[in-house]
Design a protein around this ligand. Structure first.
Ligand code: NI
Length: 138
């Protein structure tokens, strides 16, 4: 049976700051530069969620894209959009909200919501036009 990868794109705006509270101010600025600025900074994030599966013979689809949209919005987008990722999101409070850590946390929240027969394959998170991260759950 054919296995396909299907991707849904979603978008959110949010603020964050890269800062390790266990480090000195000097080490934080040396490591994170302007990303450590105390009053946070914002990004227009693009989140791509790629699932893997076989088309259902009755629908021709791996997953109903409306269902995938609702899962992504409920578990991730509605939680992050227009929020401060350092202060407002309980499921990111254990980590520095880098795109790497956001992608890992998003994976954990989306994977468990997918219907039977549909697997999460990849989370891609764009932070700027130059920078993005890909996570395959490993
Ligand atoms: Ni940033």
């Amino acid at each position: 049976m054919a296995i396909l990868h299907l991707t849904r794109k979603e978008h959110f705006n949010a603020a964050h700051r890269l800062w390790n509270p266990n480090w000195s101010e000097e080490k934080n600025y040396a490591t994170f530069g302007i990303c450590a600025n105390p009053h946070f900074h914002g990004h227009n994030f693009d989140l791509y969620v790629t699932v893997k599966g076989t088309p259902n013979p009755e629908t021709g689809c791996v997953i109903d894209l409306k269902i995938l949209k609702v899962i992504i919005r409920k578990t991730v987008i509605d939680e992050l959009d227009h929020k401060n990722l350092n202060l407002d999101v309980p499921w990111l409070s254990h980590c520095i909200p880098s795109i790497e850590n956001i992608a890992i946390a998003a994976w954990d929240r989306i994977a468990v919501e997918l219907p039977e027969g549909v697997q999460l394959h990849k989370i891609t998170l764009w932070e700027t036009i130059n920078n993005f991260v890909e996570y395959y759950g490993e």
